[in-house]
Design a protein around this ligand. Structure first.
Ligand code: PEP
Ligand code: CO
Length: 448
């Protein structure tokens, strides 16, 4: 799978976009050494299981739900927020699985989603030019030169937060919380009283009835691990290459390299250069991979990306995440899907309806409208329907919290509401109600 001279550090011979300029290389080397000695966060065998599950999705037999924060934060980190995020994702998955009748593969943007690409490397604060915020794994978001100084020790802090997050996620998904008989308890208070919440309650009641029916038929559900435990995987953008390299380990079973910072890694829209460091690095690790694909990608480039990342044609190895924007998707996506189809490389298609629909509201807040997000998803389904291909999955920025970051939705968040509870460290996320609302809309599309 790797190019002939691939090594965990061969990316260094290629141009790497979006890397901080580290002010002290000795500090960087020391953090890298410490990270390299720390235990892996995930195991190669788990990454292989995810590749297999995504392979099913690539073949139309499963659906991918990838969701979580735009950027995890060092300051907003608590058991409650992890639990609530998990609740929303589990709710969405149940809604999608119930309507589609195929397994939903659950992948969080969680336990490592810290590094952010920026449109400008600097920011002007009252006439002073300071470095841009690149995510808490690099610098702090406070608007001062000192806060923005890239600090390699933050990579260790990010590792520790990812480890604690993953530990809780594993406990929740393995220890009974994700048991299908708990389907009612995932409905949070502020959601339960809403229209979407009520709709969810009645679906949960149907699941209860189905479970009771099976019990009454003598099927022992207590022994059924698949009903009590959930396979939940982690993912993040593999942006900060020293961090990813330091957590790359050789699997003792197969001898292959895996980036053990997460199960799945993706390449962002700004770092997907064919001859760049990010493609080089990810081409050599055996995790399932994603690559964001914006409206400027040509069909030939999409095929080259898929070839470079999946030369052996393993189903589930590569997910192309389309993020076109509502106005562009109808024209931009079909040639890409057709070209990858013609190439014969198995590709899982997924839709990120968030990043092509961001704009700045009058009060200066970055936002997205629920209607544009939904419109992009609908067009995405239309494109796949007309080409006879499977609309494989969805990639969403959300939180379980009751934030006011995206406009619209059933509760109709208005521009004036954006300042009420805008808590994102980066891009605007759907709140719990908007996420569930979207899941119901997608479930209709899947049923159709
Ligand atoms: C993101 O997923 O947060 C992101 C920056 O996306 P993109 O690379 O598609 O712009
Ligand atoms: Co984002």
């Amino acid at each position: 799978m790797a190019s002939t001279q691939w090594t965990p550090d061969s990316w260094k011979s290629k141009p790497a976009e979006q890397q901080p300029v580290w002010p002290d290389m000795v500090e960087l080397e020391s953090a890298f050494k410490q990270l390299s000695a720390l235990p892996p966060l995930v195991f190669a065998g788990e990454a292989r299981l995810l590749t297999r599950a995504l392979g099913e999705a690539a073949q139309g037999k499963a659906f991918l739900l990838q969701a979580g924060d735009c950027a995890e934060s060092f300051s907003d980190f608590s058991a409650d927020s992890i639990r609530d995020k998990l609740k929303v994702i589990l709710q969405m998955a149940v809604v999608l699985q119930y309507s589609s009748g195929v397994p939903v593969v659950k992948v969080g943007r969680i336990a490592g989603q810290f590094a952010k690409p920026r449109s400008s490397p600097t920011e002007n604060v009252d006439g002073t030019i300071i470095e841009a915020f690149r995510g808490h794994i690099v610098n702090d978001d406070a608007r001062s030169a000192e806060a923005r100084r890239p600090d390699p020790a933050r990579m260790i802090a990010a590792y520790n937060q990812a480890a604690a997050t993953l530990n809780l996620v594993r406990a929740f998904t393995r220890g009974g919380f994700a048991d299908l008989s708990q389907v009612h308890t995932w409905n949070q208070q502020f959601v339960a009283t809403s229209q979407e919440g009520e709709r969810y309650e009645s679906l949960a009641a149907e699941i209860d009835r189905a479970l009771s029916f099976m019990r009454a038929s003598g099927i022992d559900l207590r022994g059924e691990a698949t009903l009590q435990q959930v396979d939940f995987y982690t993912s993040h953008e593999a942006l900060l290459l020293p961090y990813e390299e330091a957590l790359t380990r050789r699997d003792s079973l197969t001898g292959d390299y895996y980036d053990c910072s997460a199960h799945m890694l993706w390449i962002g829209e700004r770092t997907r250069q064919l001859d760049g460091a990010h493609l080089e690095f990810l081409s050599g690790v055996h995790n399932p991979l994603g690559c964001k694909i914006g409206p400027t990608v040509t069909p030939a480039e999409a095929v080259e990306i898929a070839e470079k990342l999946n030369p052996e044609g393993v189903p589930g190895r590569i997910t192309l995440i389309s993020r076109m924007g509502t106005d562009k998707i109808k024209d931009a996506l079909p040639p890409l899907v057709e070209a990858t189809q013609a190439s014969g490389i198995p590709v899982l298609w997924s839709c990120d309806p968030m990043h092509g629909n961001t704009f700045v509201a009058e009060n200066g807040r970055k936002t997205r409208h629920f209607d544009s997000i939904l419109a992009e998803v609908k067009s995405y389904f239309d494109v796949h329907e007309s080409l006879g291909t499977w609309p494989g999955g969805i990639h969403i920025e959300l939180t379980g919290d009751n934030v006011t970051e995206c406009l619209g939705g059933a509760e109709e968040i208005l521009p004036d509401h954006l300042d009420l509870r805008y808590e994102s460290a980066c891009d605007p996320r759907l709140n719990g109600r908007q996420s569930l609302d979207l899941a119901f809309e997608i479930s209709e599309l899947l049923r159709g």
